[in-house]
Write a protein that binds this ligand. Structure first.
Ligand code: NOJ
Length: 787
């Protein structure tokens, strides 16, 4: 017998003792020799096996998992023999990632698992029906608008399941305290099980933690996750509080004390909320930022108290060791303010930020989303690619749709490898509700995990979870996690591709190139210098395709399927071709996914990532890549050497030096050796605060846009072009003679700013004068001038 029956051990650490006992059944009295089978290489035991244990006796042993052991689940069998008698006992060893020792800024090697906490696992039944918010729990799990019992302790208890899947980060639904009473909206009662109806951003929801709203359960989850190489990302909604038409009517608290009342809000300009109609035009920037999203009380981020409340909440999560944030409803929050939120987070410490800008690639706000992400450094959830993936895998669309989306986004985004990819989410029907074909889920996951961008897997996709009521729309996509099986194909695809993302930098840092395509077949190559991954798939239900004329950057040789045939993959033969090497023609059967790869040792530094991509002097940034060498070399910001804080072969942290604000190339130079390829970096003027700039002007000709420029980098260094200036400004409602915009500018800086118009024919009219303004050293600012 072995007890316990399963152990979770991080790379580089040793298990708690497991006890082997030999029962003296049927009068057996001899000594048993116990051997081991199925132990992965680089796992050692203490004491070493075989062991001799006499009947009725027991022996404890520990397992040490080396740093090179692939994350995953291993069945280890203890085989006892004595003469002709034998008996077996097995142990499930889950090897998780090495413990997280510091904050991450480079998430490109991560695989994120998205959890709707209430629907995942009930780890603590004492918080199911808490006294301050009774009657919101449905034990039968039939009322989809009630809490069902999942909690932070539940996620913690499933750590082995997550680690065995190869997951390296979890994105949890907002864990903050939500409204305590049901919101009765149009005759239906709603509980905030999803977490998006905050009442207090400074403490933890009692259904997810404990009745005192303490941070204990959150802290425990972070500790357990970090021990197993898993980072914790918090979903954070800065746009709004909770419904203004039911429940707690938008009210917000600060650590239990009243903070903001939507119903009794001070009059402008001291209002903490906007009181505008519901957004009806999702292409209108004014409506998006200042109107009400559905019925959610819309926060006025330009108010100093709201600004500090929201930024304080982010900082508090960082103090509780949250590793990153998923920012809710990005396009609905004041855009300029969000730049300052990102800067406040980066100024507080290393973190990773990505957010939700819900739109398709042809939507009018797509260019805004590109500009927003490139200039703020906040990565975006890749909605355009998700829509393309869903068309291809659920609606049997043509692979060109995916390929075109990748090409366009690669062209538009400064750092396409930071886009956060997904196929399913808690806001849209699951793929299986659109097309009940598990092969398609496996194929979509394999492609997503090979694709550029940081992949997010929605909880339950690996169990093929779906409920198709009402087309599988919310809330039926947020169903109860009914199984934690580790043997599904999807679970294993995720595991293997997540391990490949750690092992072969082409996935995290590489470029993308389509190598072969038709409507059913896609062969995509990822390449980071001499690291290469080639993935080929055929999604047809019936047709095999002859793949001839395929070329690759893989060196000549034979390559077997990295997935070991999990989805029917096969070997290929690459022939010599001077670098663009021909692959011997082969046939790709229906529903096949094959992955071929090679990772070449770096002979000089290869820079794959900078995080953040923009920061002021004095902040710490991380350079990721390979071949940096084991002893410290140099990080050059332009030509200026940065102080190095830590150095390893694949990751270097450095302090942004005091150089003039501007756009720089960063290179990493090995100790006494070669310099890497450059990556772009922006040195900001200083820490940033939001300032509302208002200009009064004679009524503008219809179709004219107004922009703000100024003598700091953040305002485009006085260049009067629409790509470097800030804008277009928004009209104060009811006028076209008073215009404003909220911009993120360097705190404490004396600045000069000016405006210019772009007339409908494209010609530019400059204000011809400039205004002086001393940006406050903290909080928020506002300045109003006349043109
Ligand atoms: C987008 C979230 O993903 C969604 O679930 C939520 O209801 C809205 N934002 C409002 O917070």
């Amino acid at each position: 017998m072995v007890s316990p029956g399963s152990v979770l051990v991080a790379q580089g650490s040793t298990s708690a003792p497991v006890t082997l006992s030999v029962q003296a059944a049927n009068g057996f009295q001899g000594t048993v020799s116990v051997g081991l089978q199925g132990l992965p290489a680089a796992v050692t035991t203490s004491p070493a096996f075989p062991l001799s244990i006499s009947a009725g006796g027991s022996q404890s042993a520990t397992l040490s998992v080396g740093n090179t052991v692939a994350r995953g689940n291993y069945n280890v069998t203890f085989a006892g023999t004595s003469g002709t008698l034998s008996s077996n006992s097995s142990l499930l060893l889950t090897a998780s990632g090495a413990a997280v020792t510091g904050p991450a800024q480079d998430f490109k090697k991560q695989v994120i698992y998205q959890i709707v906490t209430d629907r995942f696992f009930n780890g603590d039944t004492s918080n199911d029906n808490p006294p301050q918010s009774p009657g919101m729990f449905d034990a039968s799990k039939t009322n989809w608008q009630m809490y069902w019992g999942g909690d932070l302790a539940g996620i913690q208890q499933q750590m082995a399941y997550l680690a065995g899947m190869g997951i390296t980060a979890i994105w949890i639904s907002p864990p903050v305290d939500n409204i305590d009473v049901l919101a009765n909206l149009s005759g239906t009662s709603y509980a905030p099980y999803h977490g998006y109806w905050a009442r207090d951003l400074q403490q933890i929801e009692e259904h997810f933690g404990d009745v005192n709203n303490t941070w204990t359960a959150f802290d425990n989850l972070v500790t357990a996750a970090h021990q197993n190489g898993i980072r914790v990302i918090v979903d954070f909604a800065a746009n709004d509080s909770n419904p203004d038409d039911g429940g707690e009517f938008g009210a917000l608290f600060n650590q239990g004390q009243p903070f903001a009342s939507y119903q009794n809000d001070p009059a402008p300009p001291n209002n903490l909320f906007h009181h505008n109609p519901t957004i009806t035009n999702f292409n209108d920037p004014f409506q998006l930022q200042y109107y009400t999203l559905d019925d959610l009380a819309d926060l006025n981020q330009e108010n100093a108290q709201v600004d500090s409340y929201l930024k304080g909440a982010v900082v508090q999560f960082m103090q509780h060791r949250a590793d990153g944030f998923r920012l809710d409803a990005l396009k609905d929050v004041t855009w300029g303010w969000e730049y300052s939120l990102a800067n406040a987070a980066y100024t507080n410490g290393p973190t990773f930020l990505y957010g939700e800008w819900y739109q398709g690639i042809n939507d009018p706000t797509y260019p805004d989303s590109v500009e927003f992400s490139n200039r703020s450094g906040i990565a975006l959830l890749d909605f355009p690619l998700a829509f393309a993936m869903r068309d291809v895998f659920a609606n049997n669309g043509d692979f060109h749709e995916i390929d075109n989306t990748i090409s366009q986004e690669d062209n538009d985004f400064v750092s396409p490898n930071d886009l956060v990819t997904f196929v399913d989410s808690h806001d849209i029907p699951r793929l299986l509700s659109l097309n009940d074909n598990q092969n398609r889920v496996n194929e979509a996951l394999a492609l997503q995990l090979a694709c550029r961008g940081i992949p997010v897997v929605l909880y339950g996709d690996e169990q093929y979870l779906h409920n198709d009521t009402n087309g599988g729309n919310d809330p039926y996509n947020r169903l109860w996690m009914s199984s934690f099986a580790t043997n599904t194909t999807a679970y294993q695809v995720i595991n293997q591709m997540a391990n490949l993302r750690q092992a072969n930098p082409a996935l995290a840092y590489g470029t993308s190139q389509q190598r072969w395509i038709n409507s059913d077949v896609y062969v995509l190559e990822r390449q980071f210098l001499n690291d290469i991954v080639l993935i080929g798939m055929n999604k047809s239900e019936t047709a095999a395709y002859n793949i001839s004329g395929l070329y690759t950057a893989l060196s000549p040789g034979s390559y077997s399927d990295y997935l070991n045939g999990l989805m029917g993959g096969l070997s290929i033969q690459v022939n010599a071709g001077g670098g663009n090497n021909p692959v011997a023609t082969f046939s790709l059967p229906p529903h096949t996914v094959s992955v071929w790869q090679a990772s070449g040792a770096a002979t000089s530094p290869e820079l794959g990532s900078l995080g953040p991509r923009l920061a002021q002097a004095g902040l710490t940034a991380t350079a990721g890549g390979e071949g940096f060498g084991s002893s410290p070399g140099m990080v050059l910001v332009g030509t200026t050497a940065a102080a190095v804080k830590s150095w390893s072969d694949s990751s270097v942290t450095f302090v942004v030096p005091s150089v003039p604000p501007g756009n720089y190339n960063i290179t990493v130079q090995a100790n006494g050796g070669a310099a890497s390829n450059p990556l772009p970096f922006v040195v900001l003027t200083g820490s940033e605060i939001p300032v509302t700039f208002t200009v009064n002007i004679v009524p503008l000709v219809a179709g004219t846009s107004l922009y703000l420029a100024g003598n700091v980098l953040e305002l485009g260094n006085d260049v009067q072009s629409t790509t470097s200036a800030v804008g277009p400004l928004l009209a104060v409602p009811g006028t076209n003679s008073s215009w404003f915009i909220d911009a993120s500018v360097p705190a404490g800086a004396p600045i000069q700013f000016t405006f210019f118009q772009v007339l409908p024919d494209g010609s530019v009219v400059s204000e011809g004068a400039s205004h002086s303004y001393s940006v406050p050293t903290g909080g928020v600012g506002s300045v109003e001038v006349s043109w």
